[in-house]
Design a protein around this ligand. Structure first.
Ligand SMILES: Nc1ncnc2c1ncn2[C@@H]1O[C@H](COP(=O)(O)OP(=O)(O)OP(=O)(O)O)[C@@H](O)[C@H]1O
Ligand SMILES: Nc1ncnc2c1ncn2[C@@H]1O[C@H](COP(=O)(O)OP(=O)(O)OP(=O)(O)O)[C@@H](O)[C@H]1O
Ligand SMILES: [Mg+2]
Ligand SMILES: [Mg+2]
Lengths: 262, 262
């Protein structure tokens, strides 16, 4: 059955959405059936992956505590890419968070209750893009997930602080609520070999984390990512031989090898 | 009396903390008395500006709805920089948010009630660094503020989406709750002239926003920012003649000219 992977880092701008969309696209090109869940009310992943149709049913309906009629199949839409599907988000979902907080702890299992069975039975991979915090939406994602990937911006010390908090947070959720949850590995993104800061941060990460907890694949800093974002495409669709595209395809193969047989 | 400026953008990683710390340092070097409030539970601004002492009283005590004995003077600490003061934050402040939500709308005026009078009477400028969302902490900041600056990453279309949401949000708060609140201007950050995406984004911003709503000063992309962050310093302290330092000092002078006589 399929795996559910959450992309998490409290620090903003480290490449969570870029990783979710491009890793998902790369896995789909490897012949896997992939679902992306846009759990961030910023809706950045939705803006990249949505097709031309307006989704009638989104994450808003799934997370609305008073909505019980929703069939999950109606919330899953195709994208421009083969074998890649999306649960859209809308900015209004942010207004649901206070209601989820008032209904805690029961509300924290809502995402899991509504999508997990359908996702693991119909998709090889489900990738959840999360907002830049460790709040209610992220907790819902972690209750629903099997694995967590933490992206880490190579040039940013703040993102290493975010990484440590994220790993500790995953441990807490695993102990208290979701014993299946595992921190998979951390992913070093925006690597610019010329920058001395990147070398310093990467060596800090390698000192702090055992080697098997860091993906071999690192994602280079590459302006094709921003150009792809401007044209509402994944970098793989925008320029498949760009260094960024090659890196995410390599990451997809590294994950497939890692999870083989699980 | 002094001005209170909030730095806001839902999008993560656009340079909110970098702007808050460096603009504050630049204003202090212009002879102004400046207070930074770290409203983000990531505590990135605190990690840059804190002196050697552990703060006994932080934002946690200020925002705790059950705490009424706090005297604001005890929460204001000096930094390594002359005329620059800080209200520290700690990660535990994030746990207060559910309580603030349950006590809404009264809780939204907590920050204003506890710090505004002291801040405007004792500091020329108070700069509030905010988390990457438009949630409860940001609303508290906007209720307390006179002006809002929205940083915008030149290479990121997502950050333009964040900009538009932030400006609309400020309008709502101004109409409903804080008639004094004004969107000051947007600040274009991480400008790399070689990148075609930056040119495309900047021209998109200039089409969408009237020229008087965009700071003349733009902040260049400069690795000295990341090196400074790694040594827990503002870029002005790390290398005062770096292009990034010069830009924030120019921004400080542009703001002083703009607010002269207000
Ligand atoms: N490897 C890379 N090289 C260059 N630019 C990149 C790279 N990865 C991401 N970016 C750019 O950096 C910006 C931040 O990335 P992204 O939005 O994916 O981060 P995020 O962690 O999802 O942000 P948020 O915290 O707001 O959700 C985007 O504009 C993106 O195009
Ligand atoms: N002009 C610049 N040139 C190069 N790097 C920059 C620049 N401004 C900021 N940075 C770097 O970009 C990263 C993001 O900046 P910063 O943390 O200030 O953004 P933020 O909006 O506060 O993020 P968050 O949303 O997590 O609060 C940091 O590592 C910082 O050092
Ligand atoms: Mg994102
Ligand atoms: Mg910040």
């Amino acid at each position: 059955s399929g795996h559910i992977i959450s992309i998490v880092n409290h620090k903003g701008g480290v490449g969570k959405t870029t990783t979710a969309c491009n890793l998902a696209h790369a896995l789909a090109r490897e012949g896997k059936r992939v679902l992306v869940v846009d759990m961030d009310p910023q809706c950045n992943a939705t803006s990249i992956l949505r097709g031309d149709i307006e989704a009638r049913c989104t994450l808003y309906e799934i997370l609305d505590p008073e909505e019980n009629e929703i069939s999950i199949e109606n919330c899953i839409y195709g994208t421009a890419y083969n074998d890649l599907y999306l649960i859209h988000n809308i900015p209004e979902t942010a207004t649901i968070e206070p209601r989820l907080i008032r209904l805690m702890p029961n509300s924290l299992t809502l995402l899991k209750a509504k999508i997990r069975n359908y996702a693991v039975n119909n998709f090889d991979f489900t990738i959840i893009d999360n907002p830049p915090n460790l709040g209610t939406f992220v907790i819902c994602s972690l209750y629903c997930s099997d694995f967590v990937i933490v992206p880490n911006e190579a040039g940013s010390r703040y993102s290493v602080d975010g990484l440590i908090k994220a790993v500790n947070f995953v441990d807490d959720v695993q102990k208290d609520n979701n014993p299946n949850l595992r921190f998979l590995k951390l992913l070093i993104t925006k690597v610019d070999r010329r920058m001395s800061v990147c070398k310093a941060i990467i060596s800090q990460i390698r000192r702090y984390f055992p080697i098997e907890k860091v993906f071999d694949t690192m994602i280079p800093s590459n302006t094709e990512f921003q150009k792809a974002e401007l044209s509402f495409k994944t970098v793989i669709a925008y320029k498949s031989n760009a260094s960024g595209s090659i890196a995410y395809q390599k990451l997809a193969r590294e994950i497939l090898a890692l999870l083989k047989g699980q």
